[in-house]
Write a protein that binds this ligand. Structure first.
Ligand code: FES
Length: 138
């Protein structure tokens, strides 16, 4: 059975935004799903004074939904503060994509988790407390 993807998912899959790596990033995070084997890596450039994410890139070895989720998530956190980025949930990412098929919701979780890991990497390097990362299925 073919899954129904929204135009936004198809667009972000076909033309993903912010693909790549940042040299000397201020934070790097990785998340993977052991069931499907997909992996997502997020790189952040953060302004130390304003705590605003000035640049963000991703590398995703995964399915179409994972790539679309990374692309959308990077768009949503660019120009935001590290606190605003922390508050981005996987359901907000899926909503911004006009929805994901239910069995593909876990793909958006990778984006939330990879961003959390990258933010914690930044926090650790700047003497800030690490926030526990919640691992959840959806
Ligand atoms: Fe695993 Fe999409 S199927 S991230």
């Amino acid at each position: 059975m073919a899954l129904n993807y929204s135009d936004k998912v198809m667009d972000h899959f076909a033309n993903p935004r912010n693909v790549g790596e940042i040299e000397n990033p201020d934070g790097v995070g990785e998340a993977g799903n052991p069931k499907c084997g997909d992996i997502m890596k997020i790189y952040l450039k953060v302004n130390d004074e304003t705590k605003i994410i000035e640049d963000v890139k991703f590398k995703t070895f995964g399915c179409a939904s994972a790539i679309a989720s990374s692309s959308m998530a990077t768009e949503l956190i660019k120009g935001r503060t590290i606190q605003e980025a922390w508050d981005l949930t996987n359901s907000a990412v899926a909503e911004a994509l006009d929805g994901l098929p239910p069995i593909k919701m876990h793909c958006s979780v990778l984006a939330e988790e990879a961003i959390h890991e990258a933010l914690n990497d930044y926090r650790a390097k700047h003497g800030m407390d690490i926030i526990p990362v919640e691992h959840h299925e959806e």
